[in-house]
Design a protein around this ligand. Structure first.
Ligand code: DOR
Ligand code: ZN
Length: 484
């Protein structure tokens, strides 16, 4: 130690830093919330605190672009304190939160309400604005007011926000495209699902597998294709949420090959569960889109390896036991908490050799940071970046216990699963929010919105002369021969 002219707040010593390409034995020095140095122990500055992480791995904290924290409106399921505590416990340092709260985040007034609720957050966050049929006039205000992305429910799900017509979607895309902000899609086509669910209900089907039958993979494939066409036409950036099927991978890969600005995520349940689990889990497994066949999981794993699927997210969607445990499948609320279990579940796959730790860093942190404009401030362990860190013990084993989750939603299909590989510390901008598997309670309120660091590159807007706004503004040509 050291002749450097400053004292660090914290040095993590003895660990192995993991990037998307390599791993390196290195210490990490942190000051004022930033990583200031990554290097040999002998190069480290003096520090207020030195924490020994020998034998552990230092990863960028996970960036989960798909969580539902339910506040305002459904705080019996979750709120920003409990949801973000779950993130902190799970090694997740930034979340993007969905607009299907009550009220939904569909105007600036409602965005301000969401921002106020989010002030309790333990971790950093982005806030989604809604793109719906009835708020097209609010979209520009939401952009100017500081949303970090948009969410479009092409299919109905919890909250029953009506899905916009393709016409309304196109106008929405036209308005959002110039901002460069990404539009995340619940890509399931509502009309197909409504028709099939009605027919299944008429036929008396109430069993868990009827949920898959109501939403076959064509609902996703059709929605992805249609959204990709609109994105290509307008130049809007889009993101396919919760990829659940082999069938939607083709339109996604095709769109990428054509240069459409499209990314995709999958969630642990689509990788680790399949139709064989419905008998065991019953209505607990009900989620939109549904967990499908083993062949779908295998195809999604492959697409995650090849880069067709860019990232892992969780669709963290807590509900109460009463809302989940129903004999009639149509009555069970859809989804389950996930933000706390994603990292252990995926590290367990690293431990078993299915993916590398480097690839995990890419899909959990680097790719989401790049797609949502947080790169280079977040998503990497390098000097200059935010000190958003998950320290991971790849030898530690744990059993996931629903009852112990920080989330208010205690119903998960992963209850009882044994994992190897656990985040033992989580730091958000240099501050421990989870330490030695304990939540640091007084960090509620430490999280902040990422608006200040988000930099979406300019979008390649197309067909601007044909947008509804352009057409409505241009003078109407006089009929031929009319008097002037
Ligand atoms: O199963 C789901 N639940 N899928 C979604 O897209 C929404 C979520 C919720 O908010 O409960
Ligand atoms: Zn969701």
């Amino acid at each position: 130690m050291t002749l450097l002219p400053f004292t660090a707040d914290l040095v993590l010593t003895g660990g192995t830093v993991v990037t998307s390409k390599s791993r390196l034995r290195a210490d990490v020095a942190i000051k004022d919330g930033l990583i200031v140095l990554v290097g040999d122990a002998s190069a480290m500055p003096a520090a207020v605190e030195v924490v020994d992480v020998s034998g552990k791995f230092i990863l960028p904290g996970a960036i989960d672009v798909h969580v539902h924290f339910r506040e305002p409106g459904y705080t019996h399921k979750e709120d920003w304190q409990t949801g973000s505590a779950a993130a902190a416990m799970g090694g997740t340092t930034t979340v993007f939160e969905m607009p299907n709260t009550h009220p939904p985040t569909r105007s600036v007034t409602e965005l301000r309400q969401k921002q106020q609720a989010a002030e309790k957050s333990h971790v950093d966050y982005g806030i989604y604005g809604l793109l719906a049929e009835d708020n097209i006039g609010e979209l520009q205000g939401l952009i100017d007011g500081g949303v970090n992305a948009f969410k479009c429910f092409m299919g109905n799900t919890f909250g029953n926000l009506p899905s916009p017509s393709t016409g309304a979607m196109l106008e929405g895309f036209e308005i959002i495209a110039p901002s460069g902000l990404r539009i995340s899609l619940h890509a399931e086509t509502a009309s197909i699902m409504a028709w099939r669910q009605k027919r299944l209900m008429e036929a008396g089907r109430n069993d868990p597998l009827a949920h898959i039958a109501a939403r076959p993979a064509i609902v996703a494939a059709e929605a992805v294709s249609r959204a990709a066409e609109l994105a290509e036409w307008t130049g809007a950036r889009v993101h396919v949420l919760h990829i659940s099927s082999a069938a939607e991978l083709r339109p996604l890969a095709d769109a990428k090959a054509r240069g459409v600005e499209i990314t995709g995520e999958t969630c642990p349940c689509y990788l680790l569960l399949d139709s064989r689990d419905y008998a065991r889990l019953g209505s607990v497994i009900r989620v939109n889109p549904p967990v499908r066949e083993h062949s779908d999981s295998l195809a999604i794993w492959k697409a995650l390896q090849s880069g067709v699927v860019d990232m892992i997210a969780t669709d963290h969607a807590p509900h109460t036991p009463t809302e989940k445990n129903k004999a009639v499948i149509w009555e069970a609320d859809c989804g389950f908490p996930g933000v706390e279990t994603q990292m252990p579940l995926l590290l367990n796959e690293v431990a078993s050799g299915r993916i590398t730790l480097e690839h995990y860093v890419k899909i959990s942190a680097e790719n989401p940071a790049r797609a949502f404009g947080l790169w280079p401030a977040k998503g990497r362990i390098e000097a200059g970046a935010h000190a958003d860190i998950a320290v991971v013990d790849m030898e530690r084993t744990e059993t996931i216990r629903a009852a112990n989750l920080q989330s208010r939603g205690k119903v998960t299909p992963f209850d009882g699963v044994h994992v190897t590989g656990v985040p033992i510390h989580t730091l958000v901008r240099g501050r421990f929010v989870q330490r030695d598997r304990q939540l640091v309670a007084d960090t509620s309120g430490w999280g902040r919105q990422v608006t200040d660091i988000q930099r979406m590159p300019p979008a390649n807007v197309r067909n601007a002369d044909q947008t509804l706004a352009a057409v409505l503004q241009s003078p109407v040509p006089l009929p031929q021969g009319a008097a002037t």
